[in-house]
Design a protein around this ligand. Structure first.
Ligand code: MN
Length: 198
């Protein structure tokens, strides 16, 4: 879908370099993953995997499971452009996805059961996430169900338990350490979406 940055006044002083390196793959030879916390009509997390030059994306209404065997709904949504990966700011109300967006997590991922694209196609992506908040094994599995017109997948905590996140980890940007409120108030980056929301 066509989205573009309309006005981006990023404060480069508070944008840490390591995250930039993740996307450019200067330090490691793995694809990156991103999680954006998105206060749209309903608060959710957008889990995005860099694959074939775009961000394959799932919306997680309840976030990430931490106990082995727990699963959460993951709605497979449209691909997003790579340039959206570090967007943190505000999508104007009334536009597609209108609301505040935080870059909640950045890291690398490795798919264990196949190449990333084959795994996606097969409907099962067993992966290791190497982020700052999310470290460990998770598995995405496609179901036969739909959520609206979108495929309903499940995100499963596989292999073992991980510790639940602290309130501070939960509430702060991986890029700027800001809270959703601070991002909304700063309004230092605005993303214009082509599609208006009815
Ligand atoms: Mn979203």
């Amino acid at each position: 879908m066509g989205m573009k940055i309309y006005n981006k006044k990023r404060n480069f002083k508070i944008t840490p370099k390591p995250a930039e390196k993740v996307l450019k793959k200067k330090t490691k030879n793995l694809p990156s993953f991103i999680v954006q916390k998105h206060a749209a009509r309903n608060l959710h997390y957008d889990f995005r995997l860099e694959m074939a030059g775009v961000l394959k994306s799932w919306a997680l209404p309840k976030g990430f499971p931490v106990a082995k065997g727990d699963k959460r709904l993951a709605i497979h949504v449209e691909d997003h452009p790579m340039e959206y990966a570090h967007f943190e700011g505000v999508i104007p109300e009334g536009q597609y996805g209108g609301g505040t967006v935080m870059v909640w997590e950045v890291g690398y991922y490795q798919v264990l059961n196949a190449s990333p694209l084959s795994a996606l196609k097969s409907g099962k992506i067993e992966m290791i996430l190497a982020g700052t908040k999310l470290k460990g094994h998770w598995t995405l599995v496609r179901t036969k169900n739909k959520s609206g017109d979108k495929e309903a997948w499940l995100l499963l905590k596989s292999h073992d338990d991980v510790k639940p996140l602290s309130a501070s980890q939960e509430n702060k940007s991986a890029l700027t350490k800001r809270t959703m409120k601070q991002i909304a108030e700063a309004r230092d980056a605005v993303w214009q979406s082509d599609h208006s929301h009815s």
